[in-house]
Design a protein around this ligand. Structure first.
Ligand code: ADP
Ligand code: MG
Length: 404
């Protein structure tokens, strides 16, 4: 992840880094008791301070893990050097406690844990050194209350971890949200584009179909007529796909949400599909119990039930019954479309709702995708229970609305 991409971020970063460098330089040259001695320790501080500054300045140009690790390691070495070289400055211990906080800036969990472990190891080495090796009592503050200081160190690490955890979780959440927005914007644009294309295709298809029907009438040979029928059938399928697709891409303002009586909607849909069922001698039985009201768009709700009942009829054998039921249960309106048709395997059920998934020779595979979209839009749940050769039950749950 590029963190310092924008100009503003770069400006802020550089001003912070220059402030840090200024602090390092002040520490090195302003009233430093070791400056006159210029001993090995001081030279070491000078080198680590210089290397750390270079890494910090290089980082925006090369945002690599190697530089990040170098910054963490060098900062750790620098702060521990300060602690060891200037035992009289007791506040140096605070700096040691907050070394892992530096890695939070990189929003990288691995780096944070690396820094946390490194700091734990270094502090143990330091405590051992103060306790066992150093015998000139230079680190009196630490020695006097070794346990207290150790507990404080642990507490500071817990605080740093807590801050990291919260920031990291929020960052991740924000990133997911950002990606989702990008994805939905992309889908919206491609959906609009596809809808425009689909709309443009519909007109030429209608013209071609009209002429084909005209030419079909003029044909005398049965073979020729059959060819024309085939062409017209294929165009019908294309038209069907386009109109299903366009119905999904309708502008939002056309879709007003209102309180809908599911009983009325199911009654009108089953009346409409009654003759479709009779083609194969399938009857539709409607059973509604109670006051089934939900909040949705009536046209979309009809579209949902039409798709489900049509599928149930198409899966049924000649003479089979399709049962459509609705009832209210625990604040939900539960609608079931039950058929005793061919049924589906588990894999088939898992594929339902996938665009263009269809096992029918003339299917579009868009019906259930539209159903899933509509159900989700109105906070409902759709669920299929099916057994091959025995039939299918489609269950939809919508939040019930109590309108008195
Ligand atoms: P289409 O009806 O155009 O094929 P759908 O999205 O409506 O597209 O359905 C996709 C597929 O799901 C169907 O082709 C069919 O194989 C299967 N299917 C849907 N409903 C049922 C059902 N009630 N019984 C058996 N199979 C079904
Ligand atoms: Mg269908």
């Amino acid at each position: 992840m590029k963190e310092i991409e924008s100009k503003l971020n770069k400006k802020i970063y550089y001003s912070i880094v220059w402030t840090v460098i200024a602090i390092i330089l002040t520490g090195l040259f302003a009233d430093n008791p070791r400056l006159n001695e210029f001993d090995l320790g001081y030279v070491f501080q000078l080198i680590t301070g210089f290397s750390l500054s270079v890494c910090l300045l290089l980082y925006p140009k090369k945002e690599t893990d190697l530089i990040r690790i170098c910054i963490i390691v060098l900062a750790s070495i620098y702060f521990y050097t300060l602690f060891l070289l200037y035992p009289e400055t007791s506040s140096n211990f605070i700096l040691l406690c907050f070394i892992p906080a530096l890695s939070i800036l990189f929003f990288n969990s691995k780096l944070f844990y690396f820094s946390l472990y490194l700091n734990a190891i270094l502090i143990l080495i330091l405590f051992t050194y103060v306790l066992c090796v150093s015998n000139d009592h230079a680190y009196v503050n630490l020695e006097l209350d070794l346990i207290g200081n150790f507990i404080n160190f642990i507490a500071s690490q817990v605080i740093v971890y807590f801050i990291f955890h919260l920031t990291n979780a929020r960052m991740k959440q924000q990133q997911i949200y950002y990606e989702q927005i990008q994805q939905s914007e992309r889908l919206k644009t491609s959906g609009q584009l596809a809808a425009a294309v689909a709309h443009e295709i519909r007109n030429p298809i209608t013209v071609v179909k009209g002429f084909l029907q005209l030419f079909r009438e003029e044909q005398t040979s049965l073979e020729r007529k059959r060819h024309f029928n085939l062409m017209i059938d294929e165009l019908n399928t294309a038209e069907q796909v386009i109109s299903q697709f366009l119905s999904m891409a309708k502008p939002e303002q056309e879709k007003i949400t209102e309180i809908v009586d599911v009983r009325e909607v199911l009654q009108s849909v089953t009346d409409l599909l009654h003759s479709y069922g009779l083609l194969h001698d399938n009857r539709i039985e409607l059973k509604v119990k109670g006051d089934c009201k939900t909040s949705a768009n009536i046209i979309e709700l009809k579209q949902l039930f039409i798709n489900l009942i049509k599928n149930a009829i198409e899966a049924s054998k000649i003479g089979d019954l399709v049962v459509v039921s609705a009832e209210v249960e625990n604040d939900f309106v539960i609608i079931k479309v039950i058929d005793r048709g061919r049924g589906m395997s588990e894999a088939e059920v898992a594929s339902l709702g996938t665009p263009f998934y269809s096992l029918k020779s003339k299917g579009t595979g868009l019906g259930l995708m539209i159903c899933y979209n509509i159900v989700e839009k109105y906070n409902g749940i759709i669920d299929f229970e099916s057994k091959q050769g025995e039939g299918t039950t489609a269950t939809i749950r919508f939040p019930a609305v109590n309108k008195n």
